[in-house]
Write a new protein. Structure first.
Lengths: 214, 468
């Protein structure tokens, strides 16, 4: 027997959902539900946790800030003092005790050495102390020297004693001996005199301090 | 299919709505994740900042200590270097140096110093011109360098005065130009110093470190002891030929003379050391006589050279003055004032007296006389000195007693027996004698006892035991 549905199209009963469609709809609903759950976990769980952690860290940082500012302030003050101290060190370390140098020179000229007998005196003296590391010039000690003897070897003896004396500390070695005989003055004893230059250049402050330490 | 039909298709609507929801949730998750990552990045950043801050703050206690020490030592820096106000005092200080160094300042000029860099320390240089001898110059530099304020002498020039340039004291006056440099301390304004809790307590706790830091800032100075008889090295030391009158010695002769005297003086030093170690009195007396004689001769030779002025070489003159004379003086002080040719000295006489008395007390008469023998020839001269006369008398008395005792021992006396009672008698050389009776030349019976008879021989009481 054949049934013929004569109802218009819109009044006819709709065909039921096929299993395929039902599976598709269920999968879609499941995916969306999972996504909703993930979002919820992120928003309520993870995000709140990290926000809370950040807040705690901010508070901790805020509590440290005054201590850090105090430390920075002290550091600034410390740097100022260090700068002053370094400048003072530089000033004082470059100073040469000319009292000591002149006293030692007087000793040497007056006493000579046990082995050498010479009669030495000095003329114009010019002492300068410079600080020019680029040109490696740190000053000099220059004087006219005189030896009361006809024996030229006395100059070498004196310059050798000078080089070996404590006076020479901080100076570069003197130039090799050279000189010339001055006019003979018969009114004085000894009458013969040799003139010679006494020239010593200063070492750098660092080398001078090393010499002094030795 | 029309859109209206699609909308009426429930399946289509469901799928579309599902896809829309999926898209919405995906987007929400994405942005949420982005936000979380951003917060996490901030967390990492903050953690880093906190670690840095904590590390910084952990060093605060040490930094506080350093700053406390530096604040306290900064006062020393201020003392060491003048400020602008103190620079006027600096000039007044130079005037004080002039007086104590014995120089005469003729010009003071402040030098212009170009300082490009603004620092806490500004260099100030004064150029001084003054007149004085070399030792005045050194004394002046010494004053500058040893002042409590930091000053230095970066340069100086000396033009020697000639033989005619003498001051009132006969010193040759040189012309000196000298720069004196100092630094004015004007700290640059920095940040306001932080308040340190318990500052005073920390200062007390760090007292040792503060003292050490202050000591480090102090500038060492040299101890200058003055001219010390040294000649001025900027004066021609040669002697005018016309002043060299009288006996002359060549340089070799002068060296030999000083060497010879020095050797004798050094030998006497050794002799004196040996003498101090001698214990035997006779040897000591003999050594004293020899030492006194040698020292007297040495002093005479030294005096002769001084009077004649024959040591004219500067080096030998210095050796004579500084090496020889101190030894001779030292020996003379050790020996006591010279009494050469005036008999033995007070101390020697006193020692001789004590030695003789010691010998006599134990009956060693010969030793007592031997102790006096080396001095005997000089006793008469010593007796001329009122201070030594009592000692000479004591020694002579002891010697007399020793000789008397020896003579008494030499007497052939036979004391045979005694009767002691109200009327005591002794049998001497077979003759009965009583107390007070003379038994020989200068020999009297002084007392009679049971075991001995005491005689008075030349005024000295001496006893003889009774022969059994």
């Amino acid at each position: 027997m054949i049934f013929v549905n004569l109802l218009p199209e819109e009044y006819r009963p709709q065909p039921s959902i096929t299993p395929k469609k039902a599976a598709l709809l269920a999968t879609g609903a499941l995916v969306n539900a999972s996504l909703l759950a993930w979002w919820g976990w992120l928003a309520i769980g993870v995000s709140a946790k990290v926000d809370s952690e950040l807040t705690q860290l901010d508070e901790r940082m805020a509590s440290l800030k005054p201590q850090v500012e105090f430390h920075r302030g002290l550091e600034s003050e410390h740097r100022q003092y260090q700068s002053r101290e370094n400048t003072l060190d530089q000033i004082t370390s470059e100073r040469i005790s000319w009292t000591r140098k002149m006293d030692e020179l007087v000793d040497l000229v007056d006493r000579g050495s046990e082995a050498s007998h010479y009669l030495i005196w000095l003329g114009n003296l010019n002492v300068t102390q410079l600080s020019d590391p680029k040109r490696k010039q740190y000053g000099s000690f220059r004087a006219d020297g005189f030896s009361g003897s006809g024996n030229f070897a006395n100059l070498a003896n004196f310059l050798q004693d000078l080089e070996e004396s404590s006076f020479a500390g901080g100076f570069n070695p003197p130039a090799p001996p050279e000189g010339s005989q001055s006019k003979v003055d018969e009114e004085l004893v000894p009458s013969e005199v040799w003139s010679f230059p006494v020239e010593l250049s200063l070492k750098s402050p660092k080398e001078r301090n090393t010499d002094a330490a030795e | 299919m029309q859109l209206s039909e699609l909308i009426h298709n429930r399946v289509f609507v469901s799928v579309a709505a599902g896809l829309a929801l999926t898209g919405f949730f995906g987007g929400a998750i994405y942005f949420q994740n982005e936000n979380i990552e951003e917060v996490r990045a901030q967390i990492e950043l903050r953690k880093g900042e906190i670690d840095t801050a904590q590390a910084l703050v952990a060093g605060t206690p040490d930094l506080v200590k350093e700053v406390v020490v530096e604040r306290e030592t900064d006062a020393v820096v201020a003392e060491l270097l003048p400020n602008e106000e103190a620079i006027n005092n600096f000039v007044r200080t130079l005037r004080g140096f002039e007086e104590s160094a014995g120089v005469r300042i003729t010009a003071v000029k402040k030098k212009n110093v170009n300082s490009k860099e603004k620092r806490d320390f500004d260099r100030v240089v004064y150029q001084l011109t003054f007149e004085g001898d070399t030792f005045g110059l050194i004394a002046f530099i010494d004053q500058v360098e040893s002042d409590s304020r930091f000053m230095s002498v970066p340069s100086f020039k000396l033009t020697p005065g000639g033989r005619e340039s003498l001051d009132g004291s006969g010193r040759t006056v040189h012309k000196v130009t000298l720069d004196v440099e100092t630094y004015v301390y004007e700290p640059q304004k920095g940040s306001e110093p932080r308040r340190i809790d318990g500052y005073d307590r920390k200062v007390q706790q760090l007292a040792a470190e503060i003292d050490e830091a202050r000591a480090m800032l102090q500038v060492d100075s040299y101890e200058y002891l003055g001219a010390r008889d040294r000649r001025d090295p900027f004066v021609d030391p040669r002697t005018p030929a016309d002043s060299l009158l009288g006996p002359m010695m060549t340089l070799d002769e002068q060296i030999a003379a000083v060497d010879g005297l020095l050797e004798r003086a050094q030998d006497l030093q050794v002799f004196w050391a040996d003498y101090q170690a001698m214990e035997d009195f006779e040897m000591r007396v003999q050594a004293t006589v020899t030492f006194e004689e040698e020292l007297f001769k040495l002093e005479e030779d030294v005096r002769l050279l001084q009077v004649e002025g024959t040591i004219r070489d500067l080096s030998e003159g210095r050796r004579f003055r500084e090496d020889l004379l101190p030894i001779v003086d030292e020996l003379r002080v050790a020996m006591g004032a010279s009494q050469y040719g005036q008999g033995p000295g007070f101390e020697l006489l006193a020692e001789a007296r004590d030695v003789m008395a010691g010998h006599l007390s134990v009956g060693r008469f010969e030793e007592a006389l031997a102790a006096m023998a080396p001095l005997e020839t000089g006793l008469d001269r010593a007796a001329e000195d009122a201070d030594r006369l009592p000692l000479v008398n004591e020694i002579r008395d002891l010697a007399f007693r020793a000789r008397t005792a020896m003579d008494f021992d030499a007497l052939d006396l036979d004391v045979g027996g005694v009767i002691v009672g109200d009327y005591s008698v002794a049998l001497v050389d077979g003759i009965s004698v009583e107390e007070g009776e003379m038994v020989g030349p200068e020999l009297f019976v002084k007392s009679i006892e049971e075991d001995r008879v005491e005689f008075l021989f030349r005024g000295v009481a001496l006893a003889r035991l009774i022969t059994q």
